[in-house]
Design a protein around this ligand. Structure first.
Ligand code: UD1
Ligand code: UDP
Length: 360
């Protein structure tokens, strides 16, 4: 009889973080699995640092794909993943989120009739100009088990005629990651200084914000003016895409107000988030983490596939418009922080692995 086997496919920073608790669970339960890393992210501080810090095993396969156009990247991944899946013949693949790695993994597996577990299924921004929206829709259509964070995403999938038997509401594995790493942060005395500083935190990497000169300029100007007004400086761990665009567009950053950092490891990021007064972000993961850590945030997007953070009062959706950002800061700084985390209580990975086993 064929031995039960799972392939975990990942490629970018948020996938490594959000799959870390699933990988730990597979290890703990001694389940037969292996990791395929597409290497969509490859810089040391976007990739290797997370495997080290989160004590994850080295991927069995690394496809070394790197950056490229969407078609080029996805096509190369598809070829590489298909070869491995044919050779290894796993029963399931697990993918997480909405990147090109997820799309390639899901397409390769679906043609080989290998079951697909999609973690963080059912999210929709209803904005098809976002590459991630296409990846989500296609992946959900071909998945065998769709793991949704909240009832909202389950309802979205039902409306898209996805069979109820395939949909499992399990919370978001980001809660597992935040909880599992709290103790480790406290152990790292080198992050303690953040406790004594007064600052805001900024991250941005969405093409709609950073690939457009006017939008990126307006965003940087807004944050600089807000930092001046509130006498809080802003830490800005900068995504490589954004760094490249700031250089391309020759945008000046006043480092008296915006302190640039290279991308930081996960423990340092959690320490930065926990001790910040307010977070400006267009990141999906950070939007969720801010909500979980009870830190107010301002979502630098025109739309969101994570409306829960807005609905519970943890964030305001603003895009890149200066006045809207300023008003949102005023509101978020004066409102309470007593919302409840809607993303579950940190046992998502355990639930996901249990369901995959029972569906096999
Ligand atoms: C990708 C995902 C996005 C996710 C984000 C997480 C897609 C379509 N996009 O966006 O959904 O939110 O990851 O961070 O899958 N670069 C480096 N080093 C790296 C990685 C990237 O220098 O390790 C630079 C390259 O110049 C590259 C650019 O960043 O061209 C963009 O990388 P890419 O993976 O295409 O998209 P992200 O913006 O990272
Ligand atoms: N993150 C990190 N270091 C950084 C910036 C982000 O560890 O310098 C973490 C962050 O805490 C979150 C994840 O990376 O868990 C979010 O990744 P990103 O913003 O790149 O992508 P998204 O979530 O928008 O897909």
């Amino acid at each position: 009889m064929k031995e039960f086997k799972i392939a975990v496919i990942l490629g970018t920073r948020p996938e490594i973080i959000k799959l870390s608790s699933i990988i730990r669970e597979l290890e703990n339960q001694k389940i037969n699995y292996f990791i395929i890393h597409t290497n969509q992210h490859y810089s040391e501080n976007m990739d290797a640092i997370f495997f080290e810090e989160l004590e994850l095993p080295k991927p069995k396969y690394n496809l070394g794909i790197g950056s490229g156009t969407h078609g080029e990247m996805t096509a190369k991944m598809l070829i590489g993943i298909e070869k491995i899946l044919i050779e290894e013949n796993p029963n399931w693949i697990i993918v997480q989120g909405d990147t090109n790695t997820v799309l390639a993994g899901a397409l390769a597996a679906s043609k080989l009739q290998i079951k697909i577990a999609h973690v963080e299924a059912g999210l929709r921004s209803y904005d098809r100009s976002m590459p991630e929206e296409i990846n989500r829709i296609v992946t959900d259509q071909v998945s065998s088990a769709l793991f949704t964070p909240t009832q909202k995403q389950s309802d979205i999938l039902y409306k898209e005629n996805i069979s109820k038997e395939k949909v499992f509401e399990v919370g978001n594995t980001i809660v597992d990651a935040v909880i599992q790493n709290q103790e480790l942060i406290e152990k790292h005395a080198k992050f303690n200084h953040y406790k004594n500083e007064n600052y805001f935190l900024l991250t941005t990497h969405r093409p709609s914000n950073v690939d457009n000169k006017e939008n990126l300029t307006e965003l940087i100007e807004s944050i600089t003016e807000i930092s001046k007004k509130y006498k809080y400086f802003t830490y800005f761990p900068i995504h490589p895409r954004t760094k490249k665009q700031i250089e391309n567009f020759k945008i000046q950053i006043d480092q008296n107000f915006i302190k640039l950092l290279e991308p930081v490891g996960y423990l340092e990021m959690l320490a930065l988030e926990k001790n910040s007064r307010l977070i400006f972000t267009d990141s999906g993961g950070i939007q969720e983490e801010a909500c979980i850590l009870n830190i107010p945030s301002v979502t630098l997007r025109e739309n969101t596939e994570r409306p829960e953070t807005i609905n519970v009062g943890a964030s305001i959706l603003v895009g890149h418009d200066k006045e809207k950002i300023k008003n949102a800061v005023k509101t978020m700084l004066s409102s309470g922080k007593n919302w409840l985390n809607p993303f579950g209580n940190g046992d998502s990975s355990k639930k996901i692995i249990k369901i995959i086993q029972s569906e096999s």
